[in-house]
Design a protein. Sequence first.
Lengths: 370, 260
Amino acid sequence: MLQYLIEKEFKQTFRNAFIPKLILAFPFMVLLVFPWATNQEIKNINVTVIDRDHSSWSKRLSEKLGASTYFNLVNYVNSNDEGMAVFEDGKTDMLLEIQPDFEKNLMNAGAADVMISANAVNIMKGGLGSGYMNAIVQDFANEIRAERIQTSGKTELPLIQVISQGRFNIFLDYKVFMIPALIVILMTLLCGFLPALNIVSEKEIGTIEQINVTPVKKISFILGKLIPYWTIGLFVFTLTLGLAALIYGLVPKGNLLTIYLSVLIYISTVSGLGLVISNYSSTLQQAMFVIFFFLIIFILISGLFTPIASMPQWAQIFTYFNPLRYFIEIMRMTFLKGSGFSDIWRQLAALGVWALALNGWALMSYRKRR
Amino acid sequence: MQKKNNPPFSILNSPFSIIKVENLTKRFGTFAAVDRITFSVGKGEIFGFLGANGAGKTTAIRMLCGLSKPTSGEGFVAGYNIEKQSEMVKKNIGYMSQKFSLYEDLKVWENIRLFAGIYGLDGKLISRKTDETLKKIGLMNEKNTLVKELPLGWKQKLAFSVAIFHEPKIVFLDEPTGGVDPITRRQFWEMIYEAAEKGITIFVTTHYMDEAEYCNRVSIMVDGRIDALDTPKQLKAQFQVESMDEVFRQLARNAKRVEN
């Protein structure tokens, strides 16, 4: 009985003018476009320097800033007012104000003030920009200090330099961080929400009634809907793995078997969620809206973009109810750190519990008659 | 179509009632869509289930087919309790709704294969019987056509063939001939007669009174109740009119429900 239902689903899916193309386009988008677009490194920050000192050191600081890939030196003005005017016109994101007697104070007192102002409308840009600039100014100060020690021969306090190294993602490449997590979104859509919409559209067209009036078993009907999408999901997952290796040289460090097992557990979890939604939706409009609701909330509290650890405590509690959270953790750990089964079993267990709960609920709430 | 003589049917002639219903009721809130109906249908009978729009026919059929739970009352279809054994009922019936829900994006043979497969028929048997059926209804050339490309009348024929493909004991037809021309309707009724001759009990709703004349017995629903049930001939005699059309009008005149 099941074979006929699966056969039907495949025929319908591949006969659709649109869906097969989208299924293929999706992994390409996820790999070729999203990792670049979701990059949270800030580059090309426009900076205006207000130089009220006009000394060789103030010039040197400005040049150092301009040489950085993070900043574009767009303007070089003499007064605070001019600087603010450029700021308010939106032509610059940050101001660096070098006080009068900058060089003299540095020479004599060994200390001088600069002021950084950042446009914080874009918090990310403002915050990170200030941080970067701070680092550059510090670096500049260290250079000066080192030179002075050399010339004067004085031994001042030893400099402590911090060298940081990004483990597991040595170049702190944002793409490597995002791709495993974006695959999670892909699986969620393909295996969770696509079959849900399929079932609701059968309700709308009325064909589901013709199925409900047959002696088909609930479990056969549900598996008949899910197995095709699981197959497509696994195929797309494999395709994405291949593309990631080919394009970015990103090869999972972890065991492939562990990764595939995790994928299987995850797709059965999200399809359970999709089924529950489809059972309670009588129209596509309703189903779509509920799906958007869950998808957006799930993505925002999944740790995809923002670390869960920096969320407030109450928001962190919500993330425990989010299957995406666990799978994103699993994917990043297995892909980047090469974590094995013993490292990810907690997340897998959490997903397993959700899979059982959601699929049990789906099976209970699917009614062949009302 | 050659004129068929429909012999007066009596439950007594047929010792085996295949559908038995007593006080069957379906309420939606306080509204009784089906209000304590009681009747039985004999094996092999062509049973017409008439009523104005909104009289409760479809709701009643859906209960008999196990698509809807009765609020109260009892019913047996093919010997199984419609409330407690609805899945057993489903094994023994065929159903064709007003929407005759074939899959529009599947081909003719694929629709037959799907539903026959769901009823547990063997793959080889399905392919052999598919050709036989399609030849019989004159759709052999359309075997590989998508259902959405078929004209309405052909879809109806196909839907009926699908509904009886697994040789059920009873087939429920809910307004099977809506929206097609008289010739197509006659052809459709020839198919119904043929199925009845094979021993399949036909339970059919219709708005066409000429079709009512083809039935062995006819029930007429008004406001959720069955107000009349007999052979077309005796109904006409009872109401002292010439046609089923007039019988229907006399009964429907008393309806209080407004068509929605």
